[in-house]
Design a protein around this ligand. Structure first.
Ligand code: SF4
Length: 705
């Protein structure tokens, strides 16, 4: 088929690697997608998900095409105009705000939102409605890393860049399976190791995976013992004299308190607690200690935990005691699960953040943002986080929730409780592209949104790289870009400051608000992004080298003292402990060819072929003790619910530990596939990130009643 016009650059809408793509519009309204050979992240390569992007755009069979609304809970949804839908929503929101205050309403958004969408949501909720009740599903993904960076380095900034992969001679991959979840980045690690066989790769994971297959050393720890392992590595480094005392003395604080904690626990005790041989811990420490430059990579295994902040801090401590930060090839690289979780953090798109990494607790920062927006005073107290929103709906503190770009009835922990909460909500708005998500059944108003390639905007990947995403095709029916929907709603509420001429005007306002901050991008605009392909922040316009590949190269950290903070993390256990009734540890995970709740990748038959249905991974010894054979239907139950799936026997997982993939939900079959029927609602006390990687379950062979 002949092409209609030249390809337009964009960025893959799945994981936080942020691969560049070229989208070509075809004459029939479809698109084709290819890797962008000039994009520095992927040089034209795409993983299986990226290679099939065009099918998710071209298959519009599930798309929502026009607004719908019902006038009471007992009446059916009916087609309405945009004006009617937004006018009624505004009237309901105003009523609740007048009667119960601004904290009676909330937005629950997504790490898939574009930066401009986050920006207007944040401005509307925090500046004009007067509440901080804007949270996103990034809370389920990266909030522990955000807290870790702020506590240790003084700001939420990833210090390294992807080019550090080719400069490192040791990798510590922990709580991640990048071979499946961040494949293009992993290919760079594989290629680097192939070219430099002396490069050491340590992978920490309770399971053997395609990532551990590359490892020189696989530390198959017991789930939840990451802090013990990190402290044990620190002790072995200290004992071997493999720490950087000069860096510690000049650029860090807190070492003595940390050292006392680390040295109090014998290595043999730590090894037994982690289920990892002491010799392997010493070997891993020797790899780290002798490395010229070591790079750590992590994601959900550390973040999605009741001790997620502790896990992050204890990992960052390893960089700080070895001085492995702020120089080429060395430092912590948190891998974001979503394509624009980073952009959301930059605009302050969580319920405890302000734009450009300003501090919500700082009155001067709140006043600065208020003055810039010309809004009312910003609330000083954080708003509800993701799980707190649904708790507040259930007990009536929250009256109305607006859910956009996310599918919480598959992705939230303890999801039966979230279902009950939505059933009790007084008013639910769902802004969506697809007619599949379970949330639609609870909606009083449904707003059809434009999808990827149907709207313009920007995103930031895991290495602080900002890219511009072109609009390539029109959205179907009456669907509108999310930013336009939010701005129209803000105007219907009677608020000034939302009459942007276009998406670029929103971006320009966002960049102006970063002026003078550490992530300053005030000299950035769409023209620069298009010309340079992408840009790593901070971006100092007018300088010969305006981009910033690495942070803290001067060893000056964003703390009052300028020193990084080595945190004396104590070992804590806050998860639901296994017992006689629920003897197995359940962890959740991802499969190679699906992304999140499958609302896009689930539409592609090629991707479904990899692993076509949900399953429970269980060790053959555990399966034998339960009388379970391969493909038998098993019932996985916890104190909160149950899942029925086929068993997959695998020696790759530790005995006593079982795994469910997180992707499946009701819209893709029976809701008995849904892992979050059983997961725990326990959250980290600081980051409020849920404990998806640890809860107690029972497993039984299914028997017909
Ligand atoms: Fe998309 Fe991530 Fe695959 Fe790159 S690695 S093509 S960003 S899913």
């Amino acid at each position: 088929m002949s092409t209609h016009s030249a390809p337009l650059p964009s960025t893959c809408c799945y994981c936080g690697v942020g691969c560049g793509v070229l989208i070509t519009p075809e004459k029939n309204g479809d698109v084709t997608v290819a890797g962008n050979p000039d994009y520095p992240v992927n040089r034209g390569a795409l993983c299986s998900k990226g290679l099939n992007l065009q099918y998710t755009v071209n298959d519009r069979s599930d798309r929502l095409l026009y607004p719908q609304m019902r006038y009471s809970k007992s009446r059916p949804l009916q087609r309405v105009s945009w004006d009617d839908a937004l006018a009624r929503t505004a009237a309901v929101f105003k009523t609740f705000i007048e009667r119960y205050g601004p904290d009676s309403v909330a937005f629950y958004a997504s790490g898939q939102c574009l930066t401009e969408e986050y920006y207007v949501l944040n401005k509307l909720m925090k500046g004009f409605i007067g509440s901080n009740n804007l949270d996103t599903n990034s809370r389920l993904c990266m909030s522990s890393a955000v807290v870790g960076y702020k506590m240790a380095l003084g700001e939420d900034s990833v210090p390294v860049c992807y080019d550090d992969i080719e400069l490192a001679d040791c990798f510590l991959i922990t709580g991640a399976n990048p071979a499946w979840c961040h494949p293009i980045l992993w290919r760079r690690v594989e290629a680097h190791k192939a070219a430099n066989p002396a490069t050491k790769v340590i992978v920490v994971d309770p399971r053997a995976t395609d990532s551990t297959a590359l490892a020189d050393l696989h530390l198959q720890l017991i789930p939840g013992t990451d802090v013990v392992l990190h402290q044990a590595l620190a002790r072995a480094l200290i004992e071997a004299g493999d720490i950087d005392l000069a860096f510690i003395e000049q650029h860090a604080e807190g070492f003595e308190a940390y050292r006392a904690i680390v040295m109090a626990r014998p290595l043999a005790e730590s090894a037994a607690q982690c289920g990892v041989p002491e010799a392997d811990i010493r070997l891993a420490a020797s790899y780290l200690g002798s490395a010229r430059a070591f790079l750590s990579m992590w994601t959900m295994g550390l973040n999605q935990s009741a001790v997620g902040v502790d896990k992050n801090l204890s990992l960052l401590n390893l960089h700080l005691i070895t001085g492995q930060i702020g120089r080429p090839g060395a430092g912590p690289l948190s891998l974001t699960g979503q394509p624009n979780a980073m952009g959301g953090r930059e605009v302050g798109g969580l319920s405890n953040l302000l734009p450009a990494h300003r501090d919500l607790a700082n009155p001067a920062h709140r006043a600065e943002v208020q003055q810039f927006w010309g809004s009312g005073p910003l609330a000083a107290t954080p708003g509800y986080t993701a799980t707190e929103m649904f708790e507040a709906l259930e007990d009536g503190r929250l009256k109305a929730i607006w859910i956009l770009c996310t599918n919480p009835l598959t992705s939230l922990p303890n999801v039966r409780q979230a279902e009950a909460a939505l059933a009790k909500a007084k008013f639910v708005v769902v802004q969506e592209i697809s007619n599949q998500p379970e949330t639609l059944a609870y909606a009083d108003v449904i707003l059809p949104a434009a999808a990827w390639a149907e709207k313009e905007g920007t995103m930031t990947n895991s290495e602080r790289r900002i890219s511009h995403l072109a609009k390539v095709v029109d959205a179907p029916g009456e669907a509108l870009p999310d930013a336009e929907i939010i701005c129209r709603f803000a105007r219907a509420m009677g608020f000034a400051g939302f009459d942007f001429a276009n998406t670029e005007a929103i971006y320009q306002e966002h960049t102006r608000l970063t002026a003078g901050t550490r992530l300053d991008i005030s000299g950035l605009n769409y023209a620069v992004l298009r010309a340079r392909c992408s840009v790593q922040w901070p971006y100092r316009a007018g300088q010969a080298a305006p981009e910033t590949a690495r942070l803290f190269t001067d060893q000056q950290f964003a703390t009052p003292s300028g020193r990084a903070r080595i945190q004396p993390v104590a070992v804590a256990f806050r998860s639901e402990a296994p017992d006689a009734d629920f003897p197995f540890i359940l962890t959740t995970g991802r499969i190679r060819d699906q992304w999140h709740t499958m609302s896009k990748t689930g539409k592609v038959s090629k991707l479904r072929q990899h692993i076509p249905r949900a399953f429970l991974e269980i060790h053959p010894d555990d399966a034998a003790s339960l009388g379970v054979r391969e493909d038998d239907l098993v019932v996985v139950s916890s104190r909160r619910g149950e899942v029925r799936v086929a068993a997959r026997l695998s020696a790759a997982i530790r005995p006593g530990v079982v795994l469910l993939p997180m992707h499946w939900g009701r819209s893709l079959g029976s809701d008995l596939n849904r892992a979050n029927n059983v997961t725990s609602g326990t959250i980290d006390p600081i980051s409020k990130e849920p404990d998806f990687k640890f809860c107690a379950v029972q497993v039984l062979k299914y028997r017909k009643p």
